[in-house]
Unconditional design. Structure first.
Length: 225
């Protein structure tokens, strides 16, 4: 493996050159759904630490055989009956797909029983498509407030969206939601993350304020050279 030409290192170099106009820092989540553990280890050995998975059972299996130094994020649709076993992964730090108070409450209750905490992103249906998950745009502020008030074993760390690829107005709308939450709930802007941007549009997403981009295909393809 020629590490100097590895897609991970090339992408990180590109990200480092993008001006941060609306945020102090940006991180990258490597999305490794339907890849083998060896690919995850390859990226880990190159310095990547945060990985996102879409399926609970796949994440559990990978977490059993890979290093506990990995920072796991769950980014797929989460069924309430799978929350308990998901939270048994000790190095799961974040669930990025919470879109109802009911799901947040279930996560919170299991966290209390397990004597642990977990970070969550509120998933927003930023494109307002019926086929996509996420809370409605006009429900975000109340949901954010309700979870902060009632769920003490989870920490709301920001907003996540699966928007239309490359659609700048959706990127900007997500940032506007962040700004409104900060103002109305008196939460520091630096404490509200935005998880948005994929392999196809991460550069534009960062320019519009994303603090975390989720990249998959561009990292797991064959090396460029």
């Amino acid at each position: 493996m020629k590490t100097t030409s590895h897609p991970l290192l090339i992408i990180l170099e590109k990200i480092a050159k993008i001006p941060l106009l609306r945020q102090k820092s940006v991180s990258m989540l490597a999305v490794t759904k339907k890849t083998n553990p060896e690919k995850v280890k390859e990226l880990f050995d190159l310095g990547q630490r945060s990985f996102g998975e879409n399926y609970v059972d796949e994440l559990i299996e990978k977490s059993k055989i890979l290093t506990k130094d990995i920072d796991w994020h769950f980014i797929g649709h989460l069924q309430s009956n799978k929350v308990k076993k998901l939270l048994q992964i000790e190095n799961l730090s974040t669930i990025e797909s919470v879109d109802t108070l009911n799901l947040a409450t279930i996560i919170n209750n299991h966290c209390e029983k397990l004597n642990r905490t977990v970070g969550i992103y509120l998933q927003v249906n930023i494109s307002n498509e019926t086929s996509k998950s996420g809370c409605k745009i006009d429900e975000v502020l109340k949901l954010y407030s309700d979870i902060m008030t009632t769920c003490k074993s989870i920490k709301v760390v920001g907003l996540m969206a699966l928007g239309t690829i490359g659609k700048t107005d959706e990127f900007n709308l997500l940032y506007d939601l962040k700004t409104n939450i900060s103002k109305e709930l008196e939460v520091d802007m630096d404490n509200i993350g935005i998880s948005n941007g994929t392999s196809s549009d991460y550069e534009e997403a960062i320019k519009c304020g994303s603090t975390q981009v989720r990249l998959g295909s561009v990292l797991i393809k064959d090396e460029l050279i």
